[in-house]
Design a protein around this ligand. Structure first.
Ligand code: TMP
Length: 209
């Protein structure tokens, strides 16, 4: 059974990734798999500080290239300080967002260009991509309604973008599925959370075989 896999979770805001990742991490631990859950941007002190700068709702003047570079900088630090050493130590790493967020949000939705954003990310982390990426697919209006219904979740600078922006993010993700058909697996996130957890679990079991 393959254990030291690097698995990333992607999707729009309000797709339920955080809850599902928590439950999946618990299940993996019950199966005696040494698992490290983490998130982007963030996961370690330096990257959490970069996160605070990127997502501060007051930073409306942030240029889209600055934004893309800051995500890539946070990713580089997080990858080399936390993700790579854990994989090398034989752990499974499950990460809430990774490079595909930059490709969909900055590359596609902001319009910088997917290949351009891929290039700065290759500078940041090399050509290594996740072993498997699980994309939570959901209509943006459903995800955004969930965020505003749950008053306890932070509302960040990207959440308050227009619905048209979030529709482009979804389109960007679906184009990435065509570009990386074996790596990216799609889960329908417009179901109850228990069903989403089951769907993710069965994809992971297939991957670990
Ligand atoms: P989240 O951790 O609550 O999902 O918030 C992170 C926000 O940052 C979310 O709106 C997606 C966005 N993001 C990007 O635009 N590019 C990236 O590379 C990453 C990792 C996140």
């Amino acid at each position: 059974m393959k254990r030291n896999l690097f698995i990333t979770f992607e999707g729009p805001e309000g797709a339920g990734k955080t809850t599902v990742i928590q439950k999946i991490a618990e299940r993996l631990a019950q199966e005696n798999i040494d698992v490290l859950p983490t998130r982007e941007p963030g996961g370690i002190e330096i990257a959490e500080k970069i996160r605070a700068v990127i997502l501060d709702p007051a930073h409306t003047a942030m240029d889209e290239r600055t934004e893309a570079l800051l995500y890539a900088a946070a990713r580089s630090q997080h990858y080399f300080e936390k993700v790579r050493p854990a994989l090398d130590a034989g752990k499974m790493v499950i990460c809430d967002r990774f490079i595909d967020s930059s490709l969909a949000y900055q590359g596609y939705a902001r319009g910088i260009g997917v290949d351009e954003v891929l290039a700065i990310n290759e500078f940041a982390i090399g050509k290594k991509l996740p072993d498997v990426t699980i994309l939570f697919d959901l209509a943006p209006e459903v995800g955004l309604a969930r965020i505003y219904a749950h008053g306890n979740r932070e509302v960040n600078r990207l959440d308050v973008e227009s619905l048209a922006f979030h529709e482009k993010v979804r389109e960007g993700y679906l184009q990435l599925v065509e570009r990386y058909p074996t790596r990216i697996k799609v889960v329908n996130a417009d179901q109850n959370v228990e069903q989403v957890i089951e769907d993710v679990w069965s994809l992971l079991c297939d991957t670990m075989q």
